[in-house]
Design a protein around this ligand. Structure first.
Ligand SMILES: C[S@@+](CC[C@H](N)C(=O)[O-])C[C@H]1O[C@@H](n2cnc3c(N)ncnc32)[C@H](O)[C@@H]1O
Length: 246
């Protein structure tokens, strides 16, 4: 099957339609594709955000709320987590998961879900103590614009975190990863979601995503300082951290 990535004019509607289609079994497929490892990567990303106490934190492109709920579990009663996504179906699942987690006493802070665009965040400047985006940046039409938006809504001194695919360079691992991502992942998507196309977009969009050094430069261009990044899973995932200057 020949595959063409959407043009920048098509991208937003294309991505939106795709997540509406795969929302129901998104979590299951995520577990299968990453062999459960996405949990450890997300834990590392939330650790890097250093959320605590009564702070207010934003999860951009929150999907089914994985990161938002992890963040909520680390906050006290006066804290607040906001999850934002443009897919209503992903948000419906996030809401349901939040209700279950709250019933089980897994968090005590306030949690809000907002339907909106990551490239035009519906929040005032300097609203949050920190913001995070996980496997979302790659899907935006304007990557630097998305990072600038996160930097805008974070208070001075707050952190901006990005967790997304990397570009493995290890000569032994890189070809294995490429084979897995290009051939096995679409197959898993077809089996679990009956949607091979969405899981063909995943490796294609990953190879089009800039390498970690370029993403770090975008962080600096957005005015963030103390920018650092580290590789996880032999470079198949990269974690970026930046701080809004005080
Ligand atoms: C790969 S999922 C990641 C979900 C979650 N952060 C995680 O790590 O499991 C990407 C999410 O980004 C959302 N998304 C993509 N582009 C967006 C945009 N422009 N504004 C808001 N959400 C967007 C999609 O709807 C989807 O839920």
């Amino acid at each position: 099957m020949s595959f063409r990535l959407p043009t920048s004019q098509e991208k937003s509607a294309y991505v939106h339609n795709q997540f509406e289609r795969i929302a129901r079994r998104y979590d299951l497929t995520n577990d299968a594709i990453s062999m459960g490892m996405h949990r450890a990567w997300k834990r590392a990303a939330v650790d890097a955000l250093c959320c605590r106490g009564q702070g207010s934190y934003l999860d951009v492109c929150c999907g089914t709320g994985d990161l938002a709920l992890r963040m909520a579990g680390r906050l006290g009663e006066g804290g607040r987590v906001t999850g934002l996504d443009f897919s209503r179906r992903m948000l419906e699942i996030a809401r349901r998961r939040a209700q279950e987690a709250s019933r089980r006493g897994q968090y005590r802070c306030a949690v809000d879900w907002v339907e909106g665009d990551a490239q035009a965040l519906p929040f005032a400047d300097s609203t949050f103590d920190g913001a995070i985006i996980s496997f979302g940046l790659r899907n935006l039409t304007d990557l630097p614009g998305g990072i600038k938006e996160m930097a805008r809504v974070v208070k001075p001194g707050g952190r901006v975190i990005n967790l997304d695919v990397g570009h493995p360079t290890n000569p032994l691992f890189a070809p294995v990863f490429a084979l897995y991502f290009r051939h096995v992942v679409p197959l898993v998507g077809e089996l679990l979601q009956q949607d091979r196309l969405a899981y063909t977009y995943l490796p294609e969009s990953a190879s089009a995503f800039p390498p970690p050094e370029e993403v770090a430069e975008m962080f600096r261009q957005a005015g963030l300082t103390q920018v650092s990044h580290r590789n996880l899973a032999v470079g198949s995932v990269a974690l970026h951290v930046g701080t809004k200057p005080s």
